[in-house]
Design a binder for this molecule. Structure first.
Ligand SMILES: [Zn+2]
Length: 216
């Protein structure tokens, strides 16, 4: 159950926190830390409220503080990005991953998800997208996976600008290539539908965490 909104959700759809003896709560992104845990939704509003009102104290039955909001949001997004790169690595090991513009075009009908690097050229993007437009079930996401609304929010906060820059760099064509053991990749495609769905869910959580429900 989320400590902020009291809604119930499957374990994997909630953020888990553990508490140290000093009363500080820490994010447990892989749900592996021992001891009692307290949970929050992957939602900006729930996280913000929990930081302000120390909502985790109720679950831990002791005064418990969360890290300051911006740092916490960054930690959550970084953890999500790790999960995303792990899932991409899994797809690669299962040979369900396609990369390179020509290979992607050839495999067009088998792909369920297309991940674009942060620095893909508009012309390459257009070329890829035009070829794919007939296939409705294909999802397309562009690194670093922040939607327009979260980009605006991140950009309005000076402390977060350099962090955003590092995220954009982390998902450049060069970084995307390294991630899959290649030189430079502007896009990668996934063939496995369930794995694509899982990856999409993890990506969606990033936007949810960075966008408040009320307009800012
Ligand atoms: Zn909640």
């Amino acid at each position: 159950m989320c400590c902020s909104c009291r809604e119930r959700a499957p374990r994997n759809d909630l953020l888990r926190f553990v508490r140290d003896p000093q009363g500080q709560a820490w994010l447990d992104p892989y749900l592996k830390a021992p001891g009692r845990g307290a949970h929050l939704c992957f939602k900006y509003d729930c996280i913000e409220r929990a930081v302000k009102k120390r909502s985790l104290s109720v679950s831990f039955k002791e005064a418990t503080s969360l890290p300051e909001l911006n740092g916490l949001l960054q930690a959550i997004v970084e953890a999500q990005l790790n999960k995303i790169s792990n899932l991409i690595g899994l797809a690669r090991r299962r040979a369900e991953l396609v990369s390179g513009l020509n290979m992607l075009e050839q495999a067009r009908d088998e792909l369920s998800l297309l991940v674009l690097s942060s620095d893909i050229a508009e012309s390459s993007k257009e070329k890829l997208m035009n070829g794919f437009q007939k296939k409705n079930s294909l999802s397309v996401v562009q690194a670093p996976f922040l939607d327009e609304r979260s980009m605006i929010w991140v950009n309005s906060d000076k402390n977060l600008i350099s962090w955003l820059d590092s995220l954009v760099e982390k998902w450049s064509g060069e970084a995307l290539g390294l991630l899959i053991g290649k030189v430079h990749r502007v896009a990668i495609g996934l063939k496995n539908e369930p794995l694509s769905q899982q990856l999409k869910q993890e990506i969606l959580k990033i936007s949810q965490v960075l966008v408040a429900s009320s307009s800012r």
